[in-house]
Design a protein around this ligand. Structure first.
Ligand code: NDP
Length: 681
């Protein structure tokens, strides 16, 4: 039986056996933790020096590509993870959440990073704000990778996703990670780290793994480091209050217990499709990962008159769930992660039963299917009913981290809001109603207590990703009892690992720092048109000031006839005279087209395609008789490592365009997005 190893300072450590880890399915010994002590001072220094240096030798775009390479490698070797994960009690569909969900998060952060982050290691968070009257002094913000290590402490329930959902944004940001999985399922995380290592895409020092205790790790953390935590509120409190975390203002992000709700609105009746949708969602949330999800539904708020109907339906559906060894055909729900966890859940059910009654579960008839399962950590779904919540309801305080939920009746929606709030802040609540007005009044009131709201009606149910599934593009985390933290949410997660700094200076200096053209900065002009340069040769600030063009009435007429846009402002002299401009003006789209006509170089060249415009504003009107010209300046270059469909490497170039009139007033302002070919090899 293998010893699960730590991976510290480039070495796998762990020959001597310490604690034995048991299969949640049959109690067999699966692995050992190791006994060797770890040198945490060395680990953090190695992370900062070696990992940090190697990560910053790459840029955002290269790290995004590395995430994809890791995800592909992990995907190719997923069976190794499935095989181990079985021992944690996971069913096949649970593996879909933990293992494939983890890969999905890597893929998402890879493509999001390539889309939204620049080349280089400085994110420019504009806009630039002029701070002087003549634009010689301006201010803006930049975001740069923090110079420390990120310590991620994870819960037992998602040994793969739990690591990857934190690793992906950290890696993309350019910070090295030290990951500490929960001991009971750490052997699955160890395999995932081994595979990431084998993929060849992980730079040395960028990921270290701690098996077992964190020892004196927190004593060695410094101001540039970050800690994130997922687990119980008690541990979160303890770690958050570590003197070194407080004294050095080290950011600490927590995801803790959460007593999530599902609320059935009074307008939904048993004959409505929404009623079944609601029941299905609850059944799914109780059964997936055997209810060991921080997002699982714990409190089911139902109008008094629907309590019996809901309990009957859930009793019927939950009694059909086969619990046991997930490798046996037909098994829908696996085991809890460990016997300790089973004892915990049972104790919490006992507590809950002080204010509730059982609807299903706990009658002594339960037997998990499969050989040896009598030694496994199995428990059947337990649905409870708290008939008189006004006399106290344990479900507002006690989280049984298993397939356990409590039905709580309410009289009015105001009362439902009060009951939800008794959870003191949750990760997610599902609201089921058929009435948009009910949602419009309920959602904003509940939002204050939640990280996410899942609005589930029959229409959404066709495609809903589910109450309990945090998605990489949406925020995960909740206020109050849920830990007060925030994870995922697309680019937001990356920002946690970047330092935001305001910078002030001349536009030329701001452009040098941000590696983006800033209006007012010195431009580079030459006899060669900017469109004639390949991606590598083009420089940010390279610029072209075009010839002039006087707009005529014929332009308006021709453009109107060509486009079919005969809006009165361009064609009706009387109506236009009565407008705020007092005269006929040119189509905004004509100004854009005329500007393109002035700045485009017509010959076949490295500029391959124009794929859109950003930040377009028409600032001053252009009328017949006005004379316009354009300034085109290379604003930003992004090397995404992409090639055209026929295999030619190319990069993204964003051009700043300013169209001005004869009075030097800006009439149109926008960014053009283009693809530009790299030099032929
Ligand atoms: P714990 O808080 O005990 O453990 C969470 C993580 O913290 C584990 O990796 C654990 O390691 C580590 N840890 C524990 N004590 C320390 C310490 N003193 N210093 C450093 N690390 C420490 O929670 P569990 O995982 O045991 O789960 C218990 C409860 O947490 C669940 O019943 C549930 O209520 C809640 N939970 C919440 C989740 C969420 O996302 N909101 C997810 C999972 C659980 P080790 O395993 O080695 O002790």
């Amino acid at each position: 039986m293998p010893v699960t190893k730590s991976f510290i300072a480039g070495e796998w450590i762990g020959e001597q056996k310490a604690k034995v880890l048991h299969s949640a399915i049959n109690g067999d010994s699966v692995a050992y933790t190791h006994d060797e002590p770890l040198d945490f001072k060395k680990a953090v220094e190695y992370g900062r020096k070696v990992g940090g240096k190697n990560l910053l030798a790459m840029d955002f775009q290269e790290r995004a590509l590395a995430l994809k390479a890791m995800a592909i490698y992990l995907q190719e070797h997923r069976k190794k993870l499935y095989a181990l994960s079985m021992h944690t009690g996971s069913s096949k569909s649970d593996n879909g959440i933990d293992i494939d969900g983890g890969f999905g998060t890597l893929f998402y952060y890879s493509s999001m990073g390539r889309r939204e982050l620049p080349s280089g290691n400085v994110v420019h968070e504009g806009p630039v704000t002029p701070l002087g009257k003549s634009n010689h002094f301006a201010g803006t913000h930049i975001l740069v990778p923090r110079g420390g290590v990120a310590v991620h402490i994870n819960a037992f329930n998602f040994p793969v996703w739990g690591m990857l959902e934190k690793f992906a944004p950290t890696f993309l940001a350019g910070m090295p990670c030290i990951v500490k999985p929960a001991t009971s399922t750490c052997y699955v995380t160890e395999m995932a780290v081994r595979l990431m290592q084998e993929s060849g895409a992980l730079p040395e020092g960028s990921l270290q793994l701690i098996i077992g205790s964190t020892g004196d790790l927190f004593d060695h953390l410094e101001e540039q480091d970050v800690v994130t935590f997922t687990g119980s509120a008690a541990t979160a409190r303890k770690l958050r209050n570590h003197p070194n975390i407080i004294n050095r203002s080290i950011p600490f992000n927590a995801e803790a217990d959460s007593l999530n709700c599902a609320v059935l609105a009074p307008d939904v009746k048993p004959e409505h499709e929404e009623f079944d949708v609601f029941v299905r969602e609850i059944r799914h949330e109780m059964v997936a990962k055997a209810g060991q999800k921080c997002t699982a539904i714990r409190r089911i708020l139902v109008p008094h008159e629907q309590v019996d109907a809901i309990c009957d339906k859930l009793r019927e559906q939950l009694s059909e769930i086969t619990v046991g060894d997930p490798s046996v055909e037909g098994v829908r729900m696996g085991a809890l992660a460990s016997m300790d966890q089973l004892a915990d859940v049972r104790a919490n059910i006992e507590e809950l039963l002080k204010t509730s009654e059982l609807v299903i579960g706990g009658d002594g008839s339960f037997k998990p299917v499969g050989q040896g399962t009598e030694k496994g950590a199995f428990i059947e779904p337990h649905l409870l009913l708290c008939r008189n919540p006004e006399n106290g309801c344990g479900a507002h305080d006690i989280e049984a981290f298993g397939p356990v939920a409590t039905v709580i009746p309410y009289n009015t929606l105001d009362e439902a809001v009060e009951l939800v709030a008794k959870g003191r802040g949750s990760l997610v609540t599902t609201i089921t109603t058929r009435d948009p007005e009910t949602i419009a009044s309920l959602a904003p009131r509940l939002a204050a207590y939640h990280g996410r709201l899942h609005l589930l009606d029959a229409e959404a149910a066709k495609e809903s990703t589910g109450h309990g599934s945090p998605l990489p593009m949406l925020k995960h985390g909740g206020p109050g009892r849920a830990g007060g933290g925030e994870e995922l949410g697309g680019i937001r997660a990356v920002l946690h690992y970047l330092q935001r700094t305001a910078i002030q200076g001349s536009p030329t200096m701001l452009a040098a720092v941000t590696r983006e053209y800033v209006r007012g900065a010195k431009v580079i002009e030459s006899d060669i048109h900017p469109f004639r340069f390949h991606f590598e040769d083009l420089q940010v600030n390279q610029s072209l000031l075009t010839h002039r063009r006087t707009v005529t009435e014929a332009d308006l007429v021709n453009f109107g006839c060509l486009s079919g846009d005969h809006f009165y402002m361009h064609f009706d002299e009387i109506a236009a005279r009565n407008s705020q401009f007092g005269k006929r003006i040119a189509h905004g789209y004509f100004v854009l087209s005329a500007a393109a006509g002035m700045f485009v170089h017509p010959a076949e060249g490295p500029v391959l395609a124009n794929y859109g415009l950003d930040t377009l504003r028409f600032i001053e009107p252009v009328a017949p008789g006005d004379t316009i010209r354009a300034r085109l300046t290379c604003k930003r270059k992004i090397d995404q490592g992409r090639s055209s469909p026929d295999g030619h490497p190319q990069g993204v170039v964003v051009w700043d365009v300013q169209v001005t009139n004869q009075n030097y007033e800006l009439v149109a302002s926008y960014d053009i997005l283009t693809l530009v070919a790299k030099k032929p090899e």
